[in-house]
Design a protein around this ligand. Sequence first.
Ligand code: ADP
Length: 188
Amino acid sequence: MMNLIFIGPPGAGKGTQAKLVEDRLSIIQISTGDILRAAVAKGSDLGKKAKEYMDAGDLVPDSVVIGIIAERIKEPDCEKGFILDGFPRTMEQARALDEILSAEGLDIHHVVEFVVPEDELVKRLLGRAEQEGRADDNIDSIKNRLKVFNEKTMPVTGYYKDTNKLRKIDGTGTVAEISSRVQAVLGH
Ligand code: ADP
């Protein structure tokens, strides 16, 4: 069993790499962004609550995403392990995750941080805006998401550094190059 956290700014390529690891190691990718976007598309109560925050590039309230994760990791498909992609993003989420995991008798093995310079991130996100047309890939939302990452999520990387679980990798280059860096830190 291997439980992972992928952390990094918007546009760092966490989702792309999480999918590759999911296929290679048969562990499940859990993307809070994907779960929230599916809820918005469905128009569920959760989606209605989340939409405005997401479009503005603000974080959805901690209590909402913590509840999603608490339920999701109990599902049977998480038995072989999971990759948390986009969670935790705040210190409050990180502390809540510790409690959820210890209640389940689980642990995190590696926290992989994807490091990408900010000008490269903006370029990637604007490119994605043209291709996929995601509602939050506009310049105002992108700027805000980068600011929120620096203020709220960077402290979370420090938290995992103190537990010796943080594995920083260079998130620039080709998908294959980044994938081999991920494999190197995971040991497979
Ligand atoms: P990106 O990292 O490219 O911004 P994500 O798909 O990870 O994209 O997240 C999209 C949006 O979903 C975020 O801007 C935020 O509004 C919301 N979101 C996702 N994960 C979380 C989380 N852990 N806490 C709060 N909000 C979240």
